[in-house]
Ligand binder design. Structure first.
Ligand code: G3P
Length: 221
């Protein structure tokens, strides 16, 4: 059986940059080695290549663009792959795309052997995203993002219904859930509801002791 994925998004938090970012990645590597639970990180773009070089953990981009050639200020999927990344978030709540762009980004990820994590805001959009056969659909109710209120406690039904909706479309697409996830209890509830893991940010990135939070996150699996 494959391990659930705990994916930490560093967003554009100051605490997710520089030395602090490295400390979070080191802690993720250590806890992953000790627990056997897969812990991935989605650092800021300037950290992608060094993170892929220095840490034995899956590294994801926070966004990719399905472009190549005369485009400026974009993140082509092939550069993310060349940096050594495992995959990329697509359509995060803070980086929304059109449906056409989501499909193009999933295709660009596949073409470049990258995992795709398509973020969604409700059950219907989760089902729509599953049509593109990404690696993961990540359901995150926007109102709970960064709130400290866990989706696993506040809205377990959205997790269960998203899992059902996605599997009805394509049983090979895995499901993550996120928003307000902070504890091992949240992770266990999510997995019990059928999720293949969690996507979280502030609970780890803004924590005083990220290693302690990471240990708690894996503790009930
Ligand atoms: O990408 C994860 C994110 O949107 C959830 O944020 O801070 O509620 O864990 P947070």
């Amino acid at each position: 059986m494959t391990s659930p994925l705990i994916l930490i998004n560093f967003k554009s938090y100051r605490e997710g940059a520089g030395n602090n970012a490295g400390q979070i990645a080191s802690a993720a590597e250590l806890v992953m080695q000790e627990s056997g639970v897969t812990i991935g990180v989605a650092p800021q773009f300037t950290e992608l290549h060094p993170f892929c070089k220095h840490y034995e953990i899956p590294v994801y981009a926070q966004h990719i663009d399905a472009v190549e050639g005369a485009f400026t200020g974009r993140i082509p999927a092939f550069t993310v792959r060349a940096a050594g990344c495992t995959g990329s978030l697509i359509n995060h709540s803070e980086r929304r795309l059109t449906i056409a762009d989501i499909e193009a980004c999933v295709e660009a990820a596949k073409f470049n052997n990258l995992e795709s994590v398509v973020c969604t805001n409700n059950v219907g959009v989760s089902a729509a995203a599953a049509v593109f056969a990404p690696t993961y659909v990540a359901i995150e109710p926007p109102e709970l993002i960064g709130s400290g209120i866990s989706v696993a406690k506040a809205d377990p039904e959205i997790i269960r219904k998203s899992v059902d909706a996605v599997k009805n479309i394509n049983k090979n697409v895995k499901v993550l859930c996120g928003a307000g996830i902070q504890t091992g209890e949240c992770v266990k509830t999510s997995v019990d509801l059928g999720a293949d893991g969690v996507l979280l940010a502030s609970g780890v990135v803004k924590a005083k002791d990220p290693e302690a939070v990471l240990r708690d996150l894996v503790s009930k699996l």
